[in-house]
Write a protein that binds this ligand. Structure first.
Ligand code: COA
Length: 181
């Protein structure tokens, strides 16, 4: 499946990505609004890689690596998961290493991912679940044309913190109408 954008290659994760993945998902700022606590052991990266590789085989979910072409660095991941095949919908997830924020990399990766989901995978609808305090993530979604669709109180408990959800959606027909292709 991997695809290229101007500055990035979106590709499958391999075992060699464990240290880079650990660096991304152990950072407290990256994990501030994530659905789990920051990783504290490289074993968690290895388990995540095994899970991602199983997803490629079963096609039940995809977590792809975002590699920067300029230096080959793994700078983040973007995912499609929670597929509901009859309804042709899935959820997206994404994270960038802290060093790489503010450069438009996620916008570039997700522009490609959304196009892939609506064309190659023939999905009709994409969804995202974000913490209402996660302004950077809200901006990223809104730039792509996602609409805020609903509020869900106390949807997550991570560690001892209870948090709410803003649920976002993007329909293929709206993506097309807005000329994002
Ligand atoms: C959410 C997250 C990916 C957003 O990162 P980001 O770098 O702000 O995302 P984008 O790729 O959309 O970049 C847009 C920013 O880059 C800037 N930018 C710089 N060069 C750019 C370029 N060439 N093209 C586009 N934007 C560019 C934009 O101005 C914008 O900055 P602003 O938000 O201050 O206006 C990042 O904060 C993150 O990984 N957070 C932790 C994980 C997380 O919370 N994930 C979401 C869980 S639901």
């Amino acid at each position: 499946m991997p695809f290229d954008t101007q500055r990035l290659t979106i590709r499958q994760l391999t075992d060699a990505d464990a240290p880079a993945l650990y660096a991304i998902f152990s950072h407290p700022e990256v994990m501030r609004y994530w659905a789990s606590l920051p990783w504290t052991s490289i074993t968690q990266a290895e388990e995540r890689l095994a899970h991602a590789q199983e997803g490629y085989r079963s096609e039940e979910g995809f977590q792809w690596g975002i590699e920067r072409k300029e230096d080959g660095a793994l700078i983040g991941t973007c995912s499609l998961f929670s597929f509901h095949r009859p309804s042709r919908r899935a959820e997206i997830g994404y994270a960038l290493g802290r060093l790489y924020w503010g450069k438009g990399y996620m916008n570039e990766a997700l522009t490609g991912l959304v196009a892939y989901a609506f064309t190659t995978l023939d999905l009709n609808r994409l969804e995202a679940d974000i913490d209402p305090r996660n302004d950077a993530s809200a901006k990223t979604l809104e730039r792509l044309g996602f609409q805020k669709e609903g509020f869900m109180p106390e949807r997550w408990i991570v560690g001892d913190e209870v948090s709410d959800t803003w649920f976002y959606g993007l329909l293929r027909r709206n993506w097309r109408e807005e000329g994002r292709r």
